[in-house]
Design a binder for this molecule. Structure first.
Ligand SMILES: Cc1ncc(COP(=O)(O)O)c(C=O)c1O
Length: 447
């Protein structure tokens, strides 16, 4: 019922004088300078600085002409400069000329031409999952957004009857811990990197996954594992799939480097496609930041794939999509258009696609050349230790095995890398590789 007001002139004057005295009382208690925040130190403690951002800031402050940035997780050309892929320039040109282009909202699930091409890229053009209509794909805020949407969906809907944690490799991309922690999922790790061989601790990995409580969510890096650069072989992936199956675990693939790792899009998608062939129900977080150089355009995709079970699989995918739409709506409403339009233009045009494959080979090829040169230099100088892992590892990063004190020694030579000894191979080029190799040799010998 609507409120009913009756007041005489007297009522008004008496209520206005009491309002005035209330106001006077309030203003007596309100002095802006003495207001204290509800967010006290106990409630909101100072967060530690992100180690990578601290490193980047220190690099920027350094005025040495010799400085080398090996922290950055983005491709650099042989002049240590960001590289706009030629294919991206071509697609931008095409977009600019399109008279139909407007700036309307995209649908909640994103640009359909983009999400369907993205699904084909990672799941395979002739994927049975796509043919059988059992995939739900959502455009996301790059790979981070895809991991987040997946984590949020699983936090809300995955039946963790025994409160199973989510399992990450040790180590993993640091943000995995934050993203899954933020949605309230408990996290655990399985062994992954062997510090003695600087390769995969395969036995440890299998045992760790086997020991995880039945039905755990297992996060796997599809290729070019970050931060180690160490990937399982195809035979090892088969064993990983077998143990995940035997424990009814749920695979969550994070794919941030397809095509960027080996230069071959199909090869880098092999593990995901193998799991799908084996009939797993799974999810994939896909980033187009590295392989298109679209870092700031936040272009990514999240895919849910239902296990093959006839018509039921397709209706499961439809139901999952309906819930993903609600989650997406509450988080970002509609994904950003620009990066998706560029990626879509390339993915859906055979000539541009072929150009992109060439650009991918340029990036991965330069990184592989740098790996070979670094290993060769260290071996030629007889730098103590073994260096085969530099070329055995793949993708953007190498886990060098350099200790924290060696990393700090390198800092004195204006070389910036994270304390765990991870280097971004893209930071090396023909102009700084000799300098870097010599500084590593010195740091290793001095320690
Ligand atoms: C393993 C992994 N997943 C996801 C991402 C997400 O990257 P972006 O959000 O830039 O696509 C990265 C980026 O470094 C990564 O290394």
């Amino acid at each position: 019922m609507a409120p009913h007001f009756t007041s005489s002139a007297n009522d008004i004057s008496s209520s206005s004088s009491s309002a005035q005295s209330r106001l006077a009382n309030i203003s007596a208690h309100m002095s802006p300078s003495t207001q204290s925040s509800v967010f006290t130190q106990d409630v909101v403690p100072q967060a530690p600085e992100d180690p990578l951002f601290g490193l980047m800031a220190a690099f920027r402050r350094d005025t040495s002409p010799n400085k080398v940035d090996l922290g950055v997780g983005a491709y650099r050309d042989d002049n240590a400069k960001p590289w706009v892929l030629p294919v991206v320039k071509m697609a931008e040109e095409k977009l600019r000329k399109d008279p139909q282009l407007n700036h309307e909202y995209l649908p909640i699930a994103g640009l359909a031409d983009f999400t369907s091409a993205a699904a084909k890229l990672i799941l395979g053009g002739d994927s049975p999952a796509i043919k059988e209509n059992r995939v739900a794909s959502f455009q996301t805020i790059s790979g981070t957004g895809a991991v987040h949407l997946g984590a949020l969906f699983l936090a809300k809907f995955y039946p963790r009857t025994a409160n199973q944690p989510v399992y990450f490799s040790a180590p993993t991309w640091v943000n995995h811990h934050q993203i899954f922690g933020n949605v309230g999922l408990p996290v655990q790790t399985y062994p992954y990197f062997s510090s003695s061989t600087k390769g995969l601790d395969f036995t440890g990995m299998i045992k760790g996954i086997e020991a995880a409580p039945e039905g755990s969510i297992i996060l796997l890096h599809a290729c070019a594992h970050n931060p180690t650069g160490v990937d399982p072989t195809a035979e090892q992936w088969k064993e990983i799939a077998a143990v995940i199956r035997s424990k009814n675990h749920f695979p969550f693939f994070d794919c941030a480097y397809q095509g960027f790792a080996s230069g071959d899009l199909k090869r880098d998608a092999w593990a995901v496609q193998y799991f799908i062939e084996q009939g797993f129900e799974l999810v994939v977080a896909q980033s187009f930041a590295k392989n298109f150089g679209l870092y700031g355009e936040r272009t990514g995709c999240f895919h849910y794939v239902a296990a093959p079970s006839g018509a039921e699989a397709s209706s499961t995918a439809t139901r999952v999509a309906s819930q993903l739409a609600i989650l997406q709506r509450s988080e970002i409403s509609n994904p950003p258009a620009y990066g998706a339009r560029i990626a879509s233009a390339v993915l859906n045009d055979p000539a541009l696609f072929a150009e992109w494959e060439g650009n991918l080979r340029t990036m991965s090829g330069r990184i592989i050349t740098m790996r070979k040169a670094l290993r060769q230099n260290l071996e030629n100088m007889g730098t103590p230790g073994t260096w085969n892992h530099i070329t055995d590892q793949i993708g953007m990063f190498s886990f060098t095995g350099l200790t924290e004190s060696q990393v700090m020694k390198l800092r004195e030579d204006h070389i910036y890398l994270t304390k765990n000894g991870r280097i971004s191979m893209a930071g090396l080029n023909t102009k700084n590789i000799e300098y870097f190799s010599k500084c590593v040799d010195k740091a290793v010998r001095e320690s």
